[in-house]
Design a protein around this ligand. Structure first.
Ligand code: SAM
Ligand code: SF4
Length: 480
C-alpha cells in the first residue's frame, strides 16, 4: 500500500484523482481579494435559475465574508429550498449494525486502536429487535451503518438489508434501506444493489490529500485516498446510480471541503450525466478517546454558510443534516435547503432497545456524541408546528425513479404532482398509527392548511380519498 496519499496502490491503479489541491487552494482564502458583490450576486442569480454552479462560482460565494453578503446568501438558499424542494423534510433513522473496524481513523471512536470501544455485531435476532423498535416508533426509512471489516462484506450487507425489509411488526414496515459503509468493488455493488438498497453513501471525510493521509494511517484500507475517492464511480459503473457523497467538517478548512464536494458532484455529473442523490456534511463531534484538533473546527456561523453555499452550488441534490447537530441549530439550518434529517436516532449498537426511551448518552461506547436526542414524535411535532411536512415517502426508488433517467426535481411540476401528495399521505399514516395526541393535532392542522392551498384537480381529489382511506381502514403505502 502506498505511503504517499496520492500514489496509486494495486487496488487503486485505475482510479482517477480529480481533486487538484493547488487549484482548490488557489480559489479560496484570499483576504486581500474579497469577493466582488456584483459577481457574487450574479452567481446567486444563476443558482436561483436552478443551474448548478462551477467550482469557481462556488468559490466566489465562499470568499464572501461581508456579513451583508452572507445574509444574502442565506436568503437565496432559503428561496431555492422553497422553490425546488417545497416544505417537505424526509425523515430517517440510522441503525448501527457492527463496529468492528480494520481502520484507524484518528477522529472515530470505532478505530481499531481504541481499546475502550466495546466491539459488537448485531446478530439476526438483535437486528430484528431493533427493527421492531424502529417500526413501533413509525420509521419507514433507515440507513444501516457498518465499520470497515472483512466481516461486513457485500454479502453480509445484502443479507442484512433483506432481513430488514422482511421484518415487519403490526402496520410497521421499513420501505427504504440506505447504506453507509466502506466503498466496495464492482462485484460488491452488484450484490448490494440486488438486495434492493436505496442510496449507498461513502463520505470522503477530507478531500485535502495531506490531511487525509494524516488522519488515515498508511497501510490501512481507508488510507488509500484514491480507492475511496473512486468508490462511488465504481458503483455507477455497475448501475448503482443512487449514491451519496459527504465530507467530515472539522478535519481541514471548511472552504476547501465545500469545493471538494462540489468538484466531486460535478465529476459524477460529467461522467455519468447525473450528480449524487445526496450530500452529507457531518461536523466532527467528540468521540471516545479522540483528541479533537481545534484548528479546523467549524463555528456555527461558518456551518450555516457552508450549508447555504452547498445548497446554491448543487440545486438538485438532496442535503442531509444529521442529529450530530443540536436541535436549535438544526431548526435554523433546515430552511437553508436541507431535504432530509434523522430523528429519534440512537447510535449505540442495540441502542433502540437496550437503553430504553430515556435517550441517555453512552458516549464512552459510541462512535461519537449526538447533539439532538429528541424522539421522532417530538421532532415531527416541531416540524409540523413550523409548517414543514414530515415525509416518509419512498415512492421514487421503488418505482425506479433514480439516477440519470430521473432527475426528479428538474422536472417541472414534479413536486406538486408527486412529492407533496406522497409526503402528505405518509405523514397521515404516521399521525394515525404512531403520533402522540399533541403531534396528531398539530399535524392534522398542517394537513388541512396544505390541502386548502392546493389547486383543485383530479390529483387532489385522489389524495383526499386516499387520506380518508388511511384514516378509516388498514390500507397503507399508497403512493403516486
Ligand atoms: N466505516 C464506514 C466509513 O468509514 O465510511 C462507515 C461508517 S462511519 C461509522 C460513518 C461516518 O461517520 C464516517 O464516514 C465519518 O464521516 C463519520 N464520523 C466518524 N467519526 C466521527 C466523529 N467523531 N464525529 C462526527 N462524525 C464522525
Ligand atoms: Fe472505521 Fe469508518 Fe470509524 Fe474509520 S470512520 S474507524 S472506517 S468506522
Amino acid at each position: 500500500m502506498s505511503t504517499l496519499p496520492n500514489m496509486k496502490s494495486a487496488l487503486s491503479k485505475n482510479c482517477v484523482d480529480f481533486i487538484d489541491d493547488d487549484k482548490i487552494q488557489g480559489l479560496i482564502g484570499k483576504p486581500a481579494d474579497p469577493a466582488d458583490p456584483v459577481e457574487a450576486r450574479e452567481v446567486m442569480a444563476k443558482s436561483v435559475a436552478k443551474e448548478p454552479l462551477t467550482v469557481e462560482e462556488s468559490a466566489v460565494l465562499i470568499n464572501c465574508d461581508d456579513p451583508e453578503l452572507v445574509e444574502e446568501i442565506f436568503a437565496t438558499a432559503r428561496q431555492l429550498k422553497r422553490d425546488v424542494y417545497g416544505n417537505r423534510i424526509v425523515l430517517f433513522a440510522p441503525l448501527y449494525i457492527g463496529n468492528h473496524c480494520v481502520n484507524d481513523c484518528s477522529y472515530c471512536g470505532f478505530r481499531r486502536s481504541n481499546k475502550d470501544a466495546v466491539r459488537r455485531t448485531l446478530d439476526a435476532g438483535e437486528v430484528q429487535q431493533q427493527i421492531h423498535a424502529l417500526e413501533d416508533k413509525g420509521h419507514k426509512r433507515l440507513i444501516l451503518v457498518f465499520g470497515e471489516h472483512p466481516m461486513y462484506g457485500a454479502e453480509f450487507i445484502a443479507e442484512t438489508v433483506r432481513m430488514v425489509y422482511e421484518t415487519r411488526k403490526g402496520k410497521g414496515e421499513i420501505r427504504r434501506v440506505n447504506i453507509n459503509a466502506a466503498p466496495l468493488d464492482q462485484d460488491g455493488y452488484k450484490i448490494v444493489k440486488e438486495a434492493g438498497i436505496g442510496t449507498y453513501q461513502v463520505f470522503h471525510e477530507t478531500y485535502h490529500h495531506e490531511t487525509y493521509a494524516s488522519v488515515h494511517p498508511a497501510g490501512t484500507r481507508k488510507g488509500d485516498y484514491l480507492w475511496r475517492l473512486d468508490g462511488l464511480s465504481r458503483a455507477w459503473e455497475v448501475g448503482l446510480d443512487d449514491v451519496g457523497i459527504g465530507a467530515l467538517f472539522g478535519l481541514y478548512d471548511w472552504r476547501f471541503e465545500v469545493l471538494g464536494l462540489v468538484t466531486h458532484a460535478r465529476y459524477l455529473m460529467d461522467r455519468f450525466n447525473c450528480g449524487p442523490h445526496t450530500i452529507s456534511f457531518p461536523r466532527l463531534r467528540p468521540a471516545s478517546n479522540v483528541q479533537l484538533d481545534e484548528q479546523w473546527m467549524v463555528s456555527d456561523y461558518d456551518f450555516k454558510r457552508l450549508v447555504a453555499i452547498l445548497r446554491l452550488s448543487v440545486p438538485y441534490t438532496g442535503m442531509i443534516l444529521t442529529a450530530r447537530e443540536p436541535a436549535e441549530l438544526r431548526n435554523e439550518i433546515m430552511g437553508f435547503g436541507v431535504s432530509q434529517i434523522d430523528a429519534g436516532s440512537r447510535i449505540e449498537l442495540g441502542g433502540y432497545t437496550e437503553v430504553g426511551d430515556a435517550q441517555q448518552q453512552y458516549s464512552e461506547k459510541e462512535q461519537f456524541e449526538l447533539g439532538d436526542i429528541r424522539s421522532l414524535d417530538e421532532v415531527i411535532q416541531q416540524l409540523a408546528v413550523e409548517g414543514y411536512i414530515p415525509s416518509f415517502c419512498t415512492a421514487c426508488y421503488r418505482l425506479g425513479r433514480t439516477g440519470e433517467e430521473f432527475m426528479e426535481f428538474a422536472i417541472p411540476g414534479f413536486i406538486e404532482r408527486l412529492c407533496t401528495p406522497n409526503a402528505l399521505s405518509t405523514f397521515q399514516e404516521y399521525l394515525v398509527d404512531y403520533a402522540s395526541p399533541a403531534t396528531r393535532a398539530a399535524g392534522e392542522k398542517l394537513i388541512r392548511k396544505m390541502l386548502a392551498e392546493m389547486p383543485d384537480n383530479k390529483r387532489k381529489e385522489e389524495l383526499i380519498r386516499r387520506m380518508e382511506q388511511i384514516r378509516t381502514t388498514d390500507e397503507r403505502d399508497l403512493y403516486f
